[in-house]
Ligand binder design. Structure first.
Ligand code: ATP
Ligand code: MG
Length: 398
């Protein structure tokens, strides 16, 4: 077993010694077999939460109503979930009721795809009830059981299928893909935030083009905010050869550019997707910078307003289209800005009041704006005397 499992093995052994079963499950098992990096370890057990809490002294109730307890051991935390079945998916999303069970097979049966339904014993034995190992070898995403039923139970699974296609660079099995096509409208029942998580993972995966292709061909896109009529626009994304988006700001900026949204529309579009406000702010900085990079007219004022991080994002997005500036060149241009933040300006409001006799108000804001622009453009030295003189001049001219 990879080293990351080592510290968790005694935890599983302790649960077994108390007479229960315990396994590593889900993504960590899949990724181990694929030799991919593992970011978190999930444990499933036949012990009920109360029983886990009897075995271990230090636990945290992280999701006890769903059967999840975190075991604290030697400075590490391990999420442990009691085997469960789910029932009553009345509105095509999350079950109304989870029932704790003692059987591993019941727990594996409720999981979405065969490659996600593997369990791994502490001694390295793999439990594979649905041919997940074969599918891992064939690079196939296949629903556990009848796809139609499984997507009816929880429509989010359809988005999960396309995101795994991208994340793992796998192919969706025929009947599973057909199931998605037939049930795509059920996605409308799912909370936007949950769709967004899967969509972002799709766009940031190993093979976004593969994931997007399925996202488009199955019609899932029609049930996503602002994309209902965007089939052609989304399809042009498939033609880009240099996909390598690194973060959420970049992927949303790329999408906004593709959709040709103006600044106001960007805010509206992202609000529909319920993204965080700071992401909206960031995307609104990135998009105009990408456009100037495209037109080979990246202005110092834009670099200043965009800031170093968002500028990197912009250049990364520009790369998709083959527009990017060599990174070193961009860095050099940024470093040449006379000032990089407003607070570096050699005068501030207080100085303008006391030394140039300007009254607080809208004119003051305008003057600071003009001085800042002039300094950034190299028209004025960033020097207190020079800037105060200029301020007086602007005031006299009204
Ligand atoms: P990642 O590496 O992206 O976290 P993961 O497989 O661990 O991938 P999670 O969303 O963390 O994905 O879910 C953990 C496990 O729980 C999955 O591997 C799967 O077995 C199960 N699971 C998660 N969501 C669902 C769902 N909507 N329906 C059925 N099973 C699910
Ligand atoms: Mg996970």
């Amino acid at each position: 077993l990879p080293a990351i499992f080592e510290p968790a093995r005694p935890v599983l052994q302790k649960i077994e010694a108390a007479g229960y079963e315990a396994y590593f499950v889900g993504g960590c098992v899949r990724d181990t077999i694929l030799h991919d990096d593992i970011h978190d370890i999930d444990i499933a057990t036949s012990a009920y939460p109360s029983e886990i809490k009897e075995i271990f002294n230090r636990t945290v109730d992280t999701g006890i109503e769903h059967g999840t307890v975190m075991i604290l051991d030697h400075g590490n935390g391990y999420e442990t979930t009691t085997f469960r079945t789910e029932s009553g998916y009345q509105d095509y999303r999350r079950p109304d009721k989870v029932t704790f069970v003692r059987s591993l097979s019941e727990d594996l049966k409720r999981r979405d795809f065969t490659i996600n339904a593997l369990a791994l014993r502490e001694d390295g034995e793999v439990i594979d009830l649905f041919n997940g190992l074969a599918d891992l070898q064939k690079h196939l995403i296949r629903a556990v059981g009848d796809p139609n039923e499984r997507f009816h139970e929880d429509a989010l699974r359809m988005m999960r299928a396309v995101r795994f296609a991208s994340k793992l660079n796998f192919v969706i099995d025929g009947p599973t893909l057909t199931g998605i096509k037939e049930n795509a409208p059920l996605l409308a029942k799912i909370a936007v935030e949950r769709i967004r998580v899967e969509f972002e993972k799709l766009m940031l995966g190993q093979n976004p083009v593969a994931g997007l292709k399925d996202f488009i061909s199955t019609g899932l896109y029609k049930y996503c905010p602002g994309l209902a009529n965007a089939r052609d626009i989304l399809s042009t994304l498939l033609l880009l050869n240099h996909w390598k988006l690194e973060n959420e700001a970049q992927l949303w900026a790329a999408l906004c550019i593709q959709l040709q949204l103006g600044q106001k529309e960007i805010g509206k579009f992202l609000k529909k997707w319920k993204t965080a406000n700071d992401l909206i702010t960031r995307v609104k900085k990135v998009v105009p910078a990408v456009r100037e990079i495209q037109q080979k007219s990246l202005m110092p004022v834009t670099m200043f307003k965009t800031g170093q991080e968002a500028l990197q994002d912009a250049n990364q997005v520009a790369k998709l289209y083959g527009w990017a500036i060599p990174n070193q060149e961009l860095q050099a241009a940024y470093q040449q800005l006379p000032i990089k933040e407003s607070k570096e300006l050699a005068v501030d409001g207080k100085m303008l009041i006391t030394k140039a006799g300007i009254k607080p108000g809208p004119l003051m804001g305008k003057i600071i704006q003009q001085l800042t622009t002039a300094v950034i453009n190299g028209k004025l030295a960033n020097d207190t005397g020079t800037l105060l003189n200029e301020a007086r001049k602007i005031m006299e001219e009204g």
